[in-house]
Ligand binder design. Structure first.
Ligand SMILES: [Zn+2]
Length: 380
């Protein structure tokens, strides 16, 4: 999320070539969003193994053309259940990167998993780990780890097949953040998971949370207009991880429409245009650093290449926003899911592909001091 006072809407996108297939996960894709982030100052990476620490965001750069992985941050929200059901019924399985402070009822986490989606860690309070987007101090190591650990307690029982994924608020992450996490029990997380589409507002692109609030330009968009901008950016970029936010609505009122409605507007159009969808943990460069999914019980396909654990990857020491996508087909992308999760189903149990459905956490349902304070300018 970015406060309107610090956010600058602009359409600048920079493209950088992807690295080789194996090392694509370690290539740094540098882009400057909001006109205020310096380029990453380091580009080091180790490519000796899938779990190697590197200076990289994980994106959908390796996806085949016209393949998308939808992701939803900052929830759960008032209509997340509705969104989860809609997507399940569409045969589209997504990632919800939740904030612990937003979890008031484990039932929504259970539903998300039962519907075939996955849950990731977006920290407890949505604090910027580096302070870059918020102009705040860099969190110290203990605070950084605590941000992940508090939410981990809530979501771990619901995480699919030990596929622990982390997405940094605002995309703010650096080598110090990575070092702190990797020196803790939170090193089980892979990430940071970044995105290719939905970063910011512009003449040909949109960021949903900013559509629903005035932002710097004082403009609130309709769900159709915001959706049309998403469609335009998706067509222009052609593939990748799409960033959206399920808990945000026009005027912070779920009845006014918002991301949940926009998704229901754009999905049929995307289908008609020939797009297909994979779950975020099935994006090749992300799957490569996650444990393999359990083999399906019946006709077996090759499981997703994986490892026994994840690793947090640092992005540039400059933190901030980084775009990354390949313009050519790397050949690495195999949109075939490892567990059949993209098959439409109306059976919540079947959609989970045999993956364990967690039991409610004993420590869930923590009170949220911000529960009644929507985050109109909060995103990423
Ligand atoms: Zn966020």
């Amino acid at each position: 999320m970015m406060r309107s006072s610090t956010k600058t809407k602009m359409s600048t996108r920079r493209r950088a070539p992807a690295g080789g297939i194996l090392c694509a996960i370690a290539a740094t894709f540098a882009g400057t969003a909001a006109g205020c982030q310096p380029p990453p100052s380091t580009n080091e990476h180790a490519c000796s193994g899938a779990q190697a620490i590197s200076v990289a965001n994980l994106t959908g750069a390796s996806l085949p053309p016209k393949t998308l992985a939808l992701t939803f941050d900052d929830g759960p929200g008032a209509r997340t259940s509705e969104l989860s059901t809609y997507l399940r019924n569409q045969g589209i399985f997504v990632g919800f990167f939740v904030n612990g402070k937003m979890i008031h009822d484990n039932a929504i986490l259970a539903q998300i998993i039962a519907d075939g989606h996955v849950i990731g860690n977006h920290t407890q309070t949505h604090a910027s780990l580096t302070g870059h987007a918020t102009g705040s101090r860099h969190l110290d190591d203990a605070a950084t780890v605590s941000e992940l650990a508090q939410t981990d307690v809530l979501i771990a029982p619901f995480v699919t097949a030990d596929r622990f994924m982390f997405r940094a608020p605002y995309g703010d992450f650096d080598a110090a953040s990575a070092a702190a996490i990797n020196a803790s029990s939170m090193s089980k997380y892979a990430g940071p998971i970044y995105w290719n589409i939905g970063n910011n507002m512009g003449p040909h692109q949109a960021a949903d949370w900013d559509c629903w609030s005035a932002g710097n330009d004082g403009v609130v968009l309709t769900t159709k207009r915001c959706g049309d901008l998403y469609l335009e950016e998706i067509d222009n970029v052609g593939r990748g991880v799409v960033l959206m936010h399920d808990p945000y609505f026009i005027g912070a009122n779920p009845a006014n429409g918002g991301t949940v409605d926009m998704v229901q507007y754009i999905v049929p159009i995307l289908r008609a245009r020939g797009y297909s969808f994979v779950r975020i943990d099935e994006v090749p460069e992300i799957a490569a650093v996650l444990p393999a999914l359990p083999a399906p019980p019946a006709p077996t396909t090759s499981p997703t290449p994986g490892t026994s654990g994840g690793a947090i990857r640092a992005v540039g020491t400059g933190g901030g926003m980084h775009h990354g996508w390949a313009t050519g087909n790397t050949g690495a992308g195999d949109a075939t899911p490892a567990h059949g999760a993209v098959a439409p189903t109306t059976d919540p149990g079947a959609a989970a592909g045999g993956e364990p459905v967690g039991t409610p956490s004993a420590s869930g349902g923590k009170p949220d001091p911000c529960a009644s304070s929507p985050q109109p300018n909060a995103a990423k």
